[in-house]
Design a protein around this ligand. Structure first.
Ligand code: AMP
Length: 602
């Protein structure tokens, strides 16, 4: 394995790398850096996040850029603001001993005038998100006529996020003679099309096998159903007392709901999604980086720019719609030589989605049983003993109290004292899990799965559907077929089941499989569709299905939203512990008011 010094980078860069603690190039750096330094051929690099790809494309640019020329020579496109900022910062670090080399980072959601002023001062390297970059090109604030290098970082993600048009525009604004460097973790058709249309016989380099996940990641799946998905998530956390994880959700709503529940249940958790302001997102990310948050519940997009190397777990609360995204998610763990675990919580139907993912990863998912209460208690107990063993005693601080304390406890034997201390810390966990059900058994209860939720007419029962109000009716010339068309147009999911439809004069109702409740709300609010000139609004309703449907509550009953026991044995904010309720003689649990608690949210 070579050293950075062997790659032929100039002294000021090598010095900066020493400051950063970079000694040995990663695989992708070893392959890409000499290639870019020695040739102006286009380059197609297969690289996951966490493989060191930023330095792989940035270092040769920093090396070769002419710092006497103030024109923009390199444009680097990245999918998110966070990632762009991180790349810009890395380049500043790499070029800290090259004071004439300037980098400017441009992204949406920030003052454009200020970015224009920065660009006017001259920057050899510009890092940008696609939308803002195009905006600045249009305003003639960003001139790419002298560009020698165009980098498309996380090209697959940029296309996933719908930036195809922007990429085309930037590519068109750059000269034919430039060198294009395309970095992507996956190469679906759309990325290959970019490579084919805009690159000339690119050289390929890879940091592993194409599209394959990191070797350091173990993939596990837990079989759940909609009733056990959240309790299973909590048990994954409880069996891993030092968990440091991103919990991926598919929609903002789901993200917020899960984060709210975890916070309410006493976990060190928070949410990261597009509904938060940039300041809120920055603050959450900062807390997560500092490990003040152990579980960050996030959407794919929001988590893209997050640069954390030592995650123990990535948890797929729901699998992503596009299987390539699984690879992106799981690549957040097992970075920088660490081991990591990627967990998928899947129901029977979703389990089929694991096969194509396994083919991409060239690895099998390990079916893992949801830990029992007893297993969790055992794990937590030994974690506690471990902590006791390792804790440092600062006698000078407690010296003055000790004689009194020794005196008070003098009548207890050593064994009694150990029992008392352990019980003091541990009783809450024990009592919480004392009557905990076996979630594996509950998850395999077929009646709970989507495929088995239909009545004899093949229709899903109203209990499994969410009923929506829609502000359109006969007067808008709405009929069931048009309503179904309207719902399908929102791209909720190809598998979504539409149930009963009631068309009334000025408004209507329809039912959707409740697993898609939040996606339906999100899709309608994101798309703001119109129908015959009217803006469409939908809301979840509590009205009954025609023909004696059951009365439906707004919020689904959740079997396991009791507070969990206090994390870290009494060190958390949530001291209100509620055990799993004891079963009565009929097998019913005694706690009738388990769902009355409302989420609290800032
Ligand atoms: P990236 O894939 O570019 O996001 O890099 C992942 C992490 O690895 C970042 O925290 C980098 O600072 C770090 N890193 C990249 N290359 C090296 C290297 N050669 N030696 C040590 N750390 C590195």
């Amino acid at each position: 394995m070579s050293k950075f010094a062997d790659l032929g980078l100039k002294e000021p860069i090598n010095k900066a790398l020493v400051d950063l603690g970079y000694e040995t190039p990663t695989v992708i750096q070893e392959k890409a850096i000499p290639q870019i330094l020695s040739s102006n051929e286009d380059l197609k690099a297969f690289a996951q996040t966490g493989t060191g790809k930023t330095a792989a494309f940035s270092l040769p640019i920093v090396e070769l850029a002419d710092d006497q020329d103030n024109n923009t020579q390199a444009i680097i496109l990245s999918p998110t603001r966070e990632l762009a900022v991180q790349i810009g910062k890395n380049i500043e670090d790499f070029s800290k001993y090259l004071p004439k080399l300037k980098v400017v980072t441009v992204y949406g959601g920030a003052n454009i005038e200020q970015q224009i002023r920065q660009l006017k001062k001259g920057a050899q390297i510009v890092v940008g998100t696609p939308g803002r970059t195009v905006d600045l090109i249009r305003r003639r604030a960003l001139k790419l006529g002298n560009v020698k290098w165009l980098v498309l970082d996380e090209a697959d993600e940029m296309l996933n996020m719908g930036f195809k048009e922007e990429l085309d525009k930037v590519l068109e604004a750059t000269p034919e003679t430039k060198q294009t460097l395309l970095f992507s973790a996956t190469f679906p058709r759309e990325v290959e099309a970019i490579a084919k249309n805009y690159m000339h016989n690119p050289v390929e380099v890879t940091s592993g096998q194409k599209n394959q996940g990191s070797d350091n990641v173990t993939h596990q799946y837990y079989l759940v159903n909609e009733k056990t998905r959240y309790p299973a998530l909590k048990r994954v956390a409880d069996i891993n007392p030092n968990i440091y994880a991103i919990v991926f959700c598919r929609t903002r709503r789901e993200t917020q709901e899960i984060a709210d529940k975890l916070i309410q249940d006493g976990y060190n958790a928070d949410s990261l999604h597009g509904d938060l302001s940039q300041a809120q997102r920055d603050s959450v990310m900062e807390k997560f980086r500092k490990k003040n948050i152990q579980m960050l519940v996030a959407t794919d997009v929001a988590a893209r720019g997050l640069d954390v190397d030592n995650l123990t777990h990535v948890i797929n609360h729901k699998l992503p719609d596009q299987i390539e995204n699984y690879n992106h998610r799981s690549g957040r763990t097992g970075r920088a030589g660490n081991k990591g675990i990627s967990v998928a919580l899947v129901n029977r139907k979703e389990r089929n989605k694991l096969n194509p993912i396994e083919r991409i990863l060239k690895k099998k998912f390990i079916e893992t049983t949801i830990p029992t209460g007893k297993e969790i208690c055992e794990k937590q107990l030994f974690h506690l003993i471990d902590k006791v063993e390792k804790s440092e005693v600062n006698t000078s601080e407690i010296d003055s109290f000790l004689p009194n304390i020794y005196d008070r406890l003098k009548d207890f034997s050593r064994e009694e004292l150990i029992q008392k201390f352990v019980s003091l810390e541990f009783n809450s966990f024990l009592s919480y899990y004392e009557n905990a059900p076996d979630l594996n058994k509950m998850s395999s209860d077929r009646d709970r799965d989507r495929g088995d939720r239909r009545n004899r007419n093949g229709r899903m029962s109203s209990e499994d559907m969410t009923r929506f109000f829609i502000n359109l009716g006969r007067k808008d010339r709405l009929n069931p077929a048009k309503l179904m068309g309207l719902i399908n147009e929102q791209g909720i999911n190809s598998n979504v089941e539409i149930g009963a439809i009631d068309i009334l004069d000025t408004f209507s109702f329809f039912e959707i499989d409740k697993n898609f409740e939040s996606q339906t709300l999100d899709a309608f609010s994101d798309n703001s569709p119109e129908f015959n000139g009217r803006r469409v609004n939908i809301e979840i309703t509590k009205t009954e299905r025609k023909g004696g449907g059951r009365r439906r509550g707004g919020k689904r009953r959740n079997e396991d939203n009791d507070n969990k026991p206090s994390r870290g044995f009494g060190r958390t904010r949530n001291s209100g512990k509620k055990p799993y309720p004891k079963k009565d003689n009929n097998g019913n649990n005694g706690n009738k008011n388990r769902n009355s608690r409302r989420s609290r949210r800032r």
